[in-house]
Write a protein that binds this ligand. Structure first.
Ligand SMILES: Cc1cc2nc3c(=O)[nH]c(=O)nc-3n(C[C@H](O)[C@H](O)[C@H](O)COP(=O)(O)OP(=O)(O)OC[C@H]3O[C@@H](n4cnc5c(N)ncnc54)[C@H](O)[C@@H]3O)c2cc1C
Ligand SMILES: *[C@@H]1O[C@H](CO)[C@@H](O)[C@H](O)[C@H]1NC(C)=O
Ligand SMILES: *[C@@H]1O[C@H](CO)[C@@H](O)[C@H](O)[C@H]1NC(C)=O
Ligand SMILES: *[C@@H]1O[C@H](CO)[C@@H](O)[C@H](O)[C@H]1NC(C)=O
Ligand SMILES: *[C@@H]1O[C@H](CO)[C@@H](O)[C@H](O)[C@H]1NC(C)=O
Length: 600
């Protein structure tokens, strides 16, 4: 597979701009595969023991683990189709295609001001594998303390020592040094590797980190603070999505139906979930669940489904005329790692990988034949976690992610992040043909909370996503510290050997402010905001005594029988790090809890 498509790409890229265009068309229309996953047109039975909604990092492991019990019949319903082929190539852009729900945040006054329609984009994967088919592939767990805090809040079973075995259970690590071996799993389903080919920019980044006094660490091991090459969910130079990892098992008691959009959970008069209603090819179907329904539709769609099923804030459901099954704080507590995309540096030699990848036909050939080279590397080129002066406990409150190339080498000119033509032309167009690198700083322990609500009672209408980014001043100030940290890296001896310097064209909207002053950066961050798309928290886990909790520590919806949530929505607090690793852990643990509760 890799060979055929690599060859094709190699040919296409000989004429770079045409090539990119054709690639994009191919990504949008056609070229899909199920990678050996057996799917059914429709459910083969009227009743299953368990019905799982959504095939991302939450749902895929649950489908796999529950179907280990041959006496149970499992149905997995996924709104999207098979995953796209081109997304398997780490270097290629993935968002804003038909494999993406293409959500957007509501416009607000404090963030995303310089983006198209003043809206930040909220990509979410729509295919087998969910958002793991379009993400940056960085495998990074939370900090120990994140989970200890969850446990302290009354979530028994979720302390770091208790969840570590599930991180390891999900993982099949094959990593370069430094690696703290006792923290990693060897026999799980999710392949975790470094890129087979490391960008020279990554080496410089790590060297600069050392120069600034940081350790080079395994951020999933003993110490999170430090500089690191990425650990990625990939294998043999290609993406390892949740579906590729967990759903190729072809068990006769697991039916997978794609292009099936669940429109609500069926709940009886005793508040017990007994099945779901779903739509496929414009037809509505019902299917029953003898034991449980499990929602794994992600941070945006899980609260949508809960609310459409009558589980949500009473006043909001009343407004829409939805019969209230359970008054609950669904959709609240939306949180994410807010970030800044406007920081660009220039160097005087072309060693960043993007140019090489796009301009040399050799690179594509190398990927096609050997699965290595720039094409095997995703955009994030390395990362560092650190504590700013605003940190309140042992956890790092800032992450910086290295970008081995800025928007000036992006064939889509930043459009996939909402950058307008006007901003691109002002800031990045003058850099075309030059070698750039960037850093995206992000606030880890973000305090601003947003909310997801229903736009209408129609499942097809996108929910209203009000992320409320940068509402809390802490989140902005941490980013300003992040910018200063990045500038320090650029000033290191290591990068000065390449004449690294800050790109100083002012970001539109901030022209009146003194360049490089704190106020300038505050303005720039509010203009060119993004998030790492780690949206979480909209069906919060907590004990019955917590009025804001939607699910209990065993992920059962409070006040409704036969219904659990297993995905990013259950996280009570935003963890430090990227999200998918933690969701795989939650899913492995969730599946175990389900097995235990039906054993007794
Ligand atoms: C651009 C981008 C980059 C990212 N980079 C990283 C990264 O480098 N590292 C990292 O760890 N995380 C990253 N993430 C985040 C990470 O991928 C997600 O947090 C994770 O995939 C969420 O898992 P989930 O199972 O909760 O939801 P999802 O992965 O979103 O899966 C939900 C699934 O449910 C399906 N679904 C939704 N509604 C319905 C319905 N009504 N009926 C049936 N099916 C439905 C969806 O189609 C989807 O397949 C990134 C995200 C984005 C968008
Ligand atoms: C990766 O490549 C090796 C060697 O070619 C092969 O044995 C292995 O099955 C591949 N792994 C996956 C998951 O494709
Ligand atoms: C579903 O209905 C819409 C509008 O009625 C129509 O445009 C579309 O082609 C139909 N899709 C299928 C798969 O039948
Ligand atoms: C593939 O790898 C082999 C062995 O390392 C090397 O000799 C060869 O040149 C590589 N091919 C390409 C196209 O990069
Ligand atoms: C890049 O800049 C550095 C520092 O100014 C200088 O020493 C070096 O010679 C320059 N390299 C090139 C290729 O211009």
């Amino acid at each position: 597979m890799r060979v055929i498509f690599g060859m094709l790409i190699s040919l296409l890229l000989t004429h770079s701009s045409v090539g990119i265009h054709i690639l994009r068309l191919l990504t949008e229309y056609g070229l899909t595969t199920t990678y050996g996953i057996r799917t059914e047109q429709l459910p083969r039975f009227n009743e299953y023991d368990f019905i799982i909604v959504g095939a991302g990092p939450g749902g895929s492991p649950v489908a796999n683990r529950l179907s280990e019990n041959k006496n149970w019949r499992i149905l997995l319903l996924e709104a999207g189709g098979p995953e796209g082929i081109l997304q398997q190539i780490p270097m290629l852009p993935t968002i804003n295609t038909k494999y993406d729900w293409q959500y957007k945040y509501e416009p607000r006054k404090k963030a995303c001001l310089g983006l198209r329609d003043r809206r930040c984009l909220c990509p979410k994967g729509k295919s087998l594998g969910g958002t793991s088919t379009i993400n940056g592939m960085v495998y990074s767990r939370g900090h120990k303390l994140d989970f200890d805090i969850w446990a302290e809040q009354g979530n028994y079973g979720w302390s770091y020592d208790e969840v570590l075995p599930y991180f390891k259970k999900s993982e099949r690590a094959n990593l370069r040094e430094p690696v703290d071996k006792s923290y990693h799993g060897k026999n799980g389903y999710v392949h975790v590797q470094n890129t087979p080919w490391r960008s020279p920019m990554t080496d410089l980044f790590l060297e600069a980190g050392k120069e600034l006094g940081y350790d080079i660490v395994d951020y999933n091991g003993r110490q999170q603070i430090g500089f690191s090459d990425n650990q990625l969910t990939m294998v043999n130079g290609t993406r390892c999505s949740a579906s590729k990892a967990y759903l190729r098992i072809r068990r006769s008691n697991l039916d997978i139906v794609t292009e099936a959009t669940v429109s609500r959970v069926l709940i009886d008069d005793n508040n017990h979930a007994y099945g779901v209603e779903f739509i496929k090819n414009n037809k509505t179907y019902r299917v029953n669940a003898g034991k449980e329904v499990i929602l794994s539709a992600g941070t945006i769609n899980t609260p949508q489904l809960l609310m459409l099923s009558g589980i949500g804030p009473k006043d909001h459901l009343d407004e829409l005329g939805i019969k209230v099954v359970k008054d609950a704080r669904v959709g609240y507590n939306l949180c994410d790692h807010v970030a800044f995309i406007g920081l660009t540096f220039l160097v005087n030699q072309s060693f960043t990988f993007l140019q090489q990848a796009i301009s040399t036909p050799g690179a594509a050939l190398q990927y096609a034949i050997n699965g290595t080279g720039p094409f095997s590397t995703p955009f994030p080129g390395g990362l560092a976690f650190t504590r700013t002066k605003f940190a309140t406990d042992a956890r790092p409150d800032l992450e910086i992610v290295l970008q081995a190339g800025s928007f000036n080498v992006d064939p889509r000119k930043g459009r996939a992040r909402g950058i307008t033509e006007e901003v691109y032309d002002t800031v990045w167009k003058p850099l075309e043909g030059q070698t750039t690198w960037g850093i995206w700083p992000s606030t880890q322990l973000a305090r601003s909370k947003g909310r997801v609500t229903l736009r209408s009672t129609n499942i097809k209408d996108h929910p209203i996503i009000d992320a409320n980014l940068l509402d809390d001043p802490n989140d902005l100030e941490v980013l300003v510290e992040g910018v200063k940290f990045a500038i320090e890296i650029s000033k290191s001896k290591t990068l000065q050997r390449y004449g690294s310097r800050l790109h100083d064209i002012k970001i539109p909207g901030c022209e009146t402010l003194e360049f490089n002053s704190d106020d300038y950066w505050r303005c720039a961050i509010r203009q060119l905001t993004t998030t790492f798309n780690h949206e979480m928290g909209t069906a919060k886990m907590g004990p019955a005594t917590d009025p804001t909790a939607v699910v209990d520590p065993e992920l059962r919806v409070h006040g409704v029988g036969g219904l659990r949530v297993i995905d990013a929505s259950i996280m009570p607090e935003v963890p430090v790090g990227h999200l998918a690793a933690t969701i795989y852990m939650i899913a492995e643990k969730g599946a175990d809890m389900i097995k235990q509760s039906w054993q007794n």
